[in-house]
Design a protein around this ligand. Sequence first.
Ligand code: GDP
Ligand code: MG
Length: 438
Amino acid sequence: SLSDRLQDTFERLRGKGRLTEADINVAMREIRMALLEADVNYRVVKEFVARCKEKCLTAEVLSSLSPAQNVVKVVLDELTVLLGSTDSRLTLAQNRTPNVIMLVGLQGSGKTTAAAKLAYLLKGQGHSPLLAACDTHRPAAADQLETLGGEIGVPVFRGDGKDAVAVASGSIKEAVDRLCDIVIVDTAGRLQIDEEMMEEAVAIKQAVRPDQILMVVDAMTGQDIVNVVTEFANRVDFDGVIMSKLDGDARGGGALSVREVTGKPIKFVSMGEKPDSLEVFHPDRMAKRILGMGDVVGIIEQAQKVANEQQVADAERMLREGFTMDDLLSQMQQIRKMGGLQKLAGMIPGMERAMAQMPQAASDEQLTRIESIIRSMTKEERARPKIINGQRRRRIATGSGRSVQEVNQLIKQWDEMNKMMGKMKGMMQPGAAGKKNR
Ligand code: GDP
Ligand code: MG
């Protein structure tokens, strides 16, 4: 049937549908703001947004979503892939006892807390961890670790408490003696990148040859995160990241910066001060958090509302006053922009089916022809095409330099659209069902 054919046509059209550049630009402005607010480094934002824009231009459009939601979906997918495209499990060597996990990072980032949390997690998995207190710079550091170890029933090795490298080496021997299968090495940090800190971390690394080095990064670290992780990556190198303090306000944009800049996976997120608050990293959740999901969609919808209001007003007028030749022309022009058609079509139930027949007539050449014919109509003829009789048709044909057949064809096309519009009007206004259009 005709309606099936129209449906099919529209399905095909929909499959090929693309977001318009205007849709994308509106959305991208908001995405950029959201990422910056989430403390993603501005350079990372710039590159990420550019890449997303590319993706949006070629992405399949889902008709179940608004253009804005389509853009958000593309960005969210891209963000998720970016955050989690590598394995984020903790990989340990099978043939080595003890395994060694070393934690590095700035002071206050949450290393000591994370060491205890990791120990707790591994203990729960049947391992027998030992904590090594290699932050020998601050007297309270070993005490802090010992307290935490006591809470979770995990032994803490303090050695002489002076030479960090000696404590690290000693902890391996201790682990062997105590039949511990994993040593977690807590190290000292400074408030800023510092030569001595780096040298010490490298020395500990050389002494104990860790199976895993994890960098602990405070989720609250702002733009500077890029420099911090780059320095650690270059000097000590690490296998993955523990992002701490995600239980706070931080949106966690740093995770994206870390991935973009170092390529290292986020392995865990820390959601509090308690030992059981270490969680496996979920890229999809993090992506939503970074985007501030609800917010972003809301803001974008708002931005688009302004643009859509005009189209809604047009659509309502068409239903109220009928479909004019000017409407036909403007719809044809919109079809070339595809997004315009879909936007409008999506707003009125049944409209997309009515529109589906039009793309066939919307090649540039045909559009030019139709435009020339419509321009040769009087204002009254355009508003009320029903009055265009044979005599008028001939005049319009002559005026536009087209054949009378072409004029007839256009009027027939308008007539079909107008009938369709009448049916829709009936559908949308229960009281008006069955009434003749005009
Ligand atoms: P370090 O200097 O890197 O060893 O950092 P600490 O482990 O001593 O942590 C510094 C402060 O941050 C301490 O007060 C911790 O209790 C706190 N902290 C660490 N991780 C988290 C977390 O995930 N959430 C919250 N809310 N606080 C944390
Ligand atoms: Mg510490």
